[in-house]
Design a protein around this ligand. Structure first.
Ligand code: NAD
Length: 233
């Protein structure tokens, strides 16, 4: 069995995180048992067409998710990742999560591929602002148009700059550690291939096998909180 990589043996690390990391903070994943998409049809709650059809229904769904995220605290996995980054500032965090827990744990340079529950965007002007109030201070922009959550919904394109920044960090890294992502939805799911082709040592932390497991050299089949410490060496 090949020995596990240790963080200290690398110069540039990327952590690629998904809902499985936040599951340990009590935030439901999307597709696993009790997943969000089992309880809600994303076509009714997480796409622009649903928002234009019934903005209040979409906001009520997202206000509930803000409540859940606001009640959650970063877990040891978030803290380990933030500590590695503090010791090795070239480390980047590329996350699909929208809960802000990496930042709450002290993570810097967090590249949020899917946006954030804690930002809103004017549906007319496109202007963004942070809003951590629960419930939201106002669902309307001063211009009179509705605010929408600044989240990448199904059918939305990923931000070109955000995806470009993530791709550059991943191409340059020599250790790529994915934590708790199902690898089911592109283009996020293509990022492990980019890391493997860039020559990085790739580690997948997930209790389950995923459609992209083949791109990884190491597979740690267990919960993030038990598996991440194994890489501290
Ligand atoms: P997901 O629910 O699809 O996958 C979660 C993964 O975490 C699974 O592979 C599961 O086996 C694993 N897991 C469960 N418990 C774990 C634990 N304790 N430790 C480690 N791993 C654990 O979530 P995802 O992969 O983040 O998202 C997939 C898609 O969902 C995104 O590409 C996007 O389409 C949509 N989405 C996600 C978010 C988000 O907040 N992650 C936001 C918007 C859209």
């Amino acid at each position: 069995m090949t020995s596990l990589p240790r963080f200290r043996d690398f110069r540039s690390i990327v952590f690629f995180t998904g809902a499985g990391l936040s599951a340990e903070s009590g935030i439901p994943t999307y597709r696993g048992r009790g997943g969000v998409w089992h309880a809600y049809d994303f076509r009714e709650y997480a796409c622009q067409r649903a928002f234009e059809r019934d903005p209040d229904k979409v906001w009520t769904f997202h206000e509930r998710r803000r409540e859940v995220a606001a009640a959650a605290a970063p877990n040891e996995g978030h803290r380990i990742i933030a500590a590695v980054q503090a010791a090795m500032p070239a480390t980047a965090i590329v996350t699909q999560n929208i809960d802000g827990l990496h930042q709450c744990a002290g993570g810097a340079r967090v590249i949020e591929l899917h946006g954030s529950l804690w930002r809103v965007r004017c549906d007319r002007e496109g202007k963004r602002r942070e809003d951590w109030t629960v419930p939201l201070a106002s669902r309307r922009c001063p211009c009179g148009a509705a605010y929408r959550p600044d989240i990448v919904w199904f059918g939305d394109p990923l931000g070109v700059e955000t995806f470009g920044e993530a791709s550059r960090a991943i191409t340059a890294c020599d250790l790529f550690v994915s934590v708790g992502t199902s690898g089911l939805v592109t283009p996020a799911a293509d990022l492990p291939l980019l890391a493997a082709r860039g020559g990085a040592v790739c580690v997948e932390i997930d209790p389950e096998e995923t459609p992209v497991s083949g791109w990884y050299r190491h597979h740690l089949r267990g919960p993030a909180l038990e598996m991440l410490p194994l890489l501290r060496g």
